[in-house]
Design a protein around this ligand. Structure first.
Ligand code: GLU
Length: 286
């Protein structure tokens, strides 16, 4: 890979099924934003939750990206290959006294998922079924200038006392894995759906504790179906139809608030090249 680039964006689907219109939207938005700045766009497969993985997803994701002219730079990255990185980070957090074991089951947690049963001051270390949580001190404030939403801030310590970094089944939590993989120099730009906006302050907090440099963040609007529900795999959103890439891309560009490409452009690559040259983040609906 060409090392002269310093801006690295990514698209990071979980291999839980084929891409739907909402994931295509995140893929196109992240590609246009990073390429308009002369950066590279990578594909990362977030495969650290094997029970949720669906066979054949990675091939289906690759096929959809290819059919839509969404060419990623370098090799596919797999989170399952980053275990050493996550273990090292957990060790650093542990050495700093940031972690505690929690034996609570879901119904025992507060609505935002924090532990309010004093596990932080108990000793559970020898019990098998504990999750590992990171403490968030009450005074923690996280600020961010979102590429599309503008200035954001969270009184994280008031909203959240702690969150899971390793689950009780031993799997690494999304917050930990994404927080680490999304830090510079690996990733310098994270463009994704606003459904993940709540995760961002947690991931930035982890980056701060681990002395990692946070990327630029931008949260795209959430695509809804005709009934007003978020398009998601859980809601059964249909897979993108790879037979109609030009139609799909034109609809995606419109939802991103970008100018309509001239009708003479009728292949995915030229639509995307033209749209990179026209990309305006201020036109993305909030
Ligand atoms: N892999 C996760 C998902 O597909 C997170 C993606 C992200 O952080 O952009 O929802």
């Amino acid at each position: 890979m060409d090392n002269s680039h310093t801006i690295f964006g990514r698209f990071a689907p979980s291999p839980t099924g084929p891409l739907h219109a909402g994931s295509l939207f995140a893929a196109v938005g992240s590609l246009l934003h990073v390429r308009a700045q002369g950066g590279l766009w990578r594909l990362r497969i977030d495969d650290i939750d094997p029970p949720r993985a669906a066979e054949g997803s990675v091939a289906a994701i690759e096929a959809t990206l290819k059919a839509h002219g969404l060419r990623f730079d370098g090799n596919i990255q797999y989170q399952s290959h980053h275990i050493d990185r996550y273990e090292k980070a957990l060790q650093t957090l542990e050495d700093q006294g940031d972690l505690f074991h929690c034996a609570c089951t879901r119904p025992m947690l507060s609505p935002n998922g924090s532990c309010q049963n004093g596990c932080a001051s108990k000793s559970h270390a020898k019990r098998a079924l504990t999750s590992l949580r990171v403490r968030v001190p009450p005074e923690t404030v996280i600020e961010l200038n979102d590429a599309f939403l503008g200035p954001q801030n969270w009184n994280l310590g008031e909203q959240l006392t702690d969150f899971v970094v390793r689950r009780s089944d031993g799997l690494y939590a999304y917050q930990l894995a994404a927080g680490i993989d999304d830090a510079a120099p690996l990733t310098t730009q994270v463009i994704r759906g606003s459904d993940l906006l709540d995760s961002t302050p947690r991931q930035i907090y982890l980056q701060q504790r681990l002395k990692l440099q946070s990327p630029e963040y931008g949260h795209l609007p959430i695509l809804k179906d005709q009934h007003g529900f978020k398009l998601s795999k859980q809601q059964g959103a249909p897979a993108v139809d790879d037979h109609f890439p030009v139609r799909n891309l034109r609809a995606t560009l419109q939802a991103l608030g970008q100018p309509c490409p001239p009708s003479r452009l009728n292949d995915p690559e030229s639509l995307l090249d033209w749209s990179v040259s026209q990309w305006d983040p201020l036109r993305v609906p909030r």
